[in-house]
Design a protein around this ligand. Structure first.
Ligand code: HEC
Length: 89
């Protein structure tokens, strides 16, 4: 009985923690997108489109190649996930 209660609390804590992490992640991803993707054109250039994940991956990697060293691979990943979430198809 006691073990189940502890496990239940842990599961609940896990849910709360992952929920908080996800929304923080989104805010950070949004900020990264707005900073990195407004250097050459308004960031809204991307927001007028819907693409599937592979489509966004292709676009963001293409943008990464337009200027040396402005986007790390990890940042590409974060922005692809973000765009796929808000403008996926
Ligand atoms: C170094 C300059 C530069 C940066 C930084 C940049 N772009 Fe672009 N982007 C361009 C240029 C130039 C074009 C138009 C020519 C083309 O499509 O290749 C373009 C076009 C686009 C298009 C329209 C074409 C398509 O494939 O749908 C989208 C969407 C886009 N950019 C998204 C982004 C995103 C998302 C980011 C941030 C990861 C970003 N851009 C960062 C230069 C840049």
């Amino acid at each position: 009985m006691k073990v189940r209660t502890v496990l239940g609390s842990l599961a609940l804590l896990g849910l709360v923690a992952s929920g908080a992490a996800a929304s923080e992640g989104d805010a950070a991803a949004k900020a990264l997108f707005e900073t990195k993707c407004s250097a050459c054109h308004p960031a809204s250039r991307a927001l007028s489109k819907n693409k599937d994940r592979a489509g966004w991956e292709g676009t963001v990697k293409r943008m990464q190649g337009k200027r040396a060293d402005h986007l790390s691979d990890a940042e590409v990943e974060v922005i692809v996930n973000y765009l796929n979430e808000i403008r996926g198809m």
